[in-house]
Design a protein around this ligand. Sequence first.
Ligand code: CO8
Length: 278
Amino acid sequence: MAIFFISNICHTYIVLIETQMRMEYQTLRFEQDGDVGTIFINRPKAMNALNSAFFDEMEAFLTEIDKGNVNISVLIITGEGKAFAAGADISEMVNMTQKQGETFSQKGQQVFNHFEKLETPVIAAINGFALGGGLELAMACDFRFASSKAKFGQPEVNLGLIPGYAGTQRLPRLVGLAEALYMLTTAEMIDSPEALRIGLIQKIYEPEELLDKVKETAQTIAAKGPKAVKKVKAVTRFGVRNDFMEGSEKESSEFGSLFENEGAEGMRAFLEKRKPNW
Ligand code: CO8
């Protein structure tokens, strides 16, 4: 019995150490404040250019969230320093073969798709340049708040390239075909008011207040029914990727699934004029 108890403690300790080791990243920094986690892209000297290490580490980090090893209700992603992310790392891509370029693109797409599949809502706090792969990353988040100093663009055609992390697919879905093709073909960098006008971002804040404001919104979401928040993200994203009727069917079944569950508590709390006890 004592041996079993000690071996259980050892196992828990090892899992904790493993989790901690996995959380020591070269290109990322993670902070948790209650239910809200903030992941910083941490290559400020290279304008947070996205390299292979970033994609490996981000995938590992998102997997930790899936496994419940990082216990948060909302994830914020932002950049250290002057940039959110100034694109894929050009110095890493410059000598790639056709096959390597394609593989690098697929790997990035998988990681960005993971943001959409994550049950937890993800908010991009765009603190500066969001260019190329950096904007593609922001677009894979559920919504975007930006600093008044941020700049946005898909400058790939300047380099004789096109976006490779599904920017050609997400941008027109967010801003419409003509605005997307304008940005994609001219490579023009737009500012925050213009990004707000076309619906690429949802709010603008002064640089010094951006992260606090994003955290406030994250806390607002974290206080809602946790299962409802996860399901509303999943059903909405499912509907956008599939057809309307399939999306509506999924909505009905997930709506129903909340009744003998969190929804019962939420509705009772409303009628009893008290806060729900999730
Ligand atoms: N990759 C690598 N290094 C970069 C990148 C980048 N994308 N962006 C900036 N850096 C580096 C600079 O080379 C510089 O390094 P160093 O100090 O060693 O010279 C450092 O960051 C600071 O940059 P600047 O001196 O240029 O800083 P400025 O304030 O003058 O300018 C800009 C900032 C406007 C952000 C400028 O750096 C810039 O234009 N960067 C490139 C933007 C760009 O073209 N991005 C698109 C890249 S392509 C892409 O993202 C495709 C995605 C799909 C890939 C699919 C896989 C194959």
